[in-house]
Design a binder for this molecule. Structure first.
Ligand code: FES
Length: 171
């Protein structure tokens, strides 16, 4: 199977999951937020055409769906990388030098000033205010995996190991 084929199949599978979410919630417009949460889990972001489809399916104006999707910071309308890195910059992590960790990771990933996702869509990096694990500060989360007592050096090694694993998978 070539990569175009796999992409089409992945697209169809995601669309089927989207329809399943809408059916699960019985196309109930009052369930818009949980629907958006589940759909974002499927796509990793909320694509514009998907938001329009949700609006039509729930029989509500697109503007309302976009309004909700842009109001909550939890939702994102931009695609994110395969690995979503959250660097905690809450008080406990900040005082334990979380910002140098962020700087190091951005440098390793060669991200430009306003860029948060790498060109190859492999990594997205963001700061969060508190991950609720202050005793483990400074904390970094990669997808669902929590890394405690981080330092710039540990963060660099972590990225290197993810990149190495990705290269091995591709070979
Ligand atoms: S401040 Fe970072 S986990 Fe709470």
């Amino acid at each position: 199977m070539n990569s175009t084929h796999s992409k089409i199949i992945a697209k169809i599978e995601k669309f089927e999951q989207l329809c399943h979410v809408l059916e699960f919630h019985k196309h109930n417009k009052s369930m818009l937020i949980p629907i958006l949460q589940q759909v974002q889990e499927i796509y990793k972001y909320l694509p514009e055409d998907v938001l329009n489809f949700i609006a039509t399916s729930l029989d509500i104006p697109s503007a309302k769906v976009f309004g909700v999707a842009t109001f909550y910071t939890h939702f994102t309308l931009k695609p994110k990388g395969k690995y979503i890195i959250k660097v905690c910059n809450g008080t406990a992590c900040h005082v334990k030098d979380s910002l140098p960790i962020l700087d190091k990771m951005r440098t390793v990933l060669a991200l430009k000033e306003k860029q948060n996702t790498t060109e190859d869509m492999m990594f997205s990096i963001e700061t969060v205010s508190c991950l609720g694990a202050c005793g483990l500060a400074p904390v970094v989360v990669v997808n669902e995996q929590v890394y405690s007592c981080m330092s710039p050096e540990k963060a660099e090694k972590l990225l290197e190991s993810i990149i190495r694993n990705e290269c091995e998978v591709k070979q």
